[in-house]
Unconditional design. Structure first.
Length: 149
């Protein structure tokens, strides 16, 4: 009889695993594909998380206090044949004042322990929220990230 509660708990916990990782994350989208407004619109509509890799280009701070947003640009590129290099990018939104020390607009004289310098290679899980038609860049909200060295 002691096995019954254990089996019941096992059954209940397995219900949460009913959804597949692919139903939450779109592994087909990357910086290069998101540069197409149609693909970005599909990413926005589906609301799935995308995995992006690129070099940190800049950081711009908008708002203050609870409304603080740090907009970080990441860029990547690819060779097209032997003669052309195409660049791709994305603007990422990091919400909250805690990101000010990590991504300041200018290089600090004495960087804190969490500081990430320009040019760092980032791997970012993000959700695409918009597309800047003028700059031809997707805009995504950071879900999680890692610095790749």
């Amino acid at each position: 009889m002691k096995k019954a509660p254990f089996l019941f708990l096992l059954f209940i916990s397995s219900l949460g695993w009913g959804q597949t990782f692919d139903s939450v994350v779109d592994f087909e989208m990357e910086l290069s594909t998101l540069s197409d407004p149609t693909v970005a619109a599909r990413a926005i509509e589906e609301g799935k998380i995308v995995i992006l890799e690129g070099l940190m280009g800049d950081a711009v701070i908008r708002g203050s206090g609870a409304q603080t947003q740090v907009w970080v640009s990441i860029i990547g590129g690819a060779w097209i044949g032997k003669d052309e290099v195409r660049s791709f990018g994305c603007r990422l939104i990091f919400r909250g004042e805690s990101w000010l020390e990590v991504f300041p607009e200018t290089t600090p004289r004495e960087p804190g322990p969490n500081y990430i310098p320009l040019g760092s290679r980032l791997l970012v899980a993000a959700r695409v929220t918009d597309f800047d038609q003028e700059a031809s860049l997707p805009i995504a909200e950071m879900v999680n990230f890692r610095v790749l060295d």
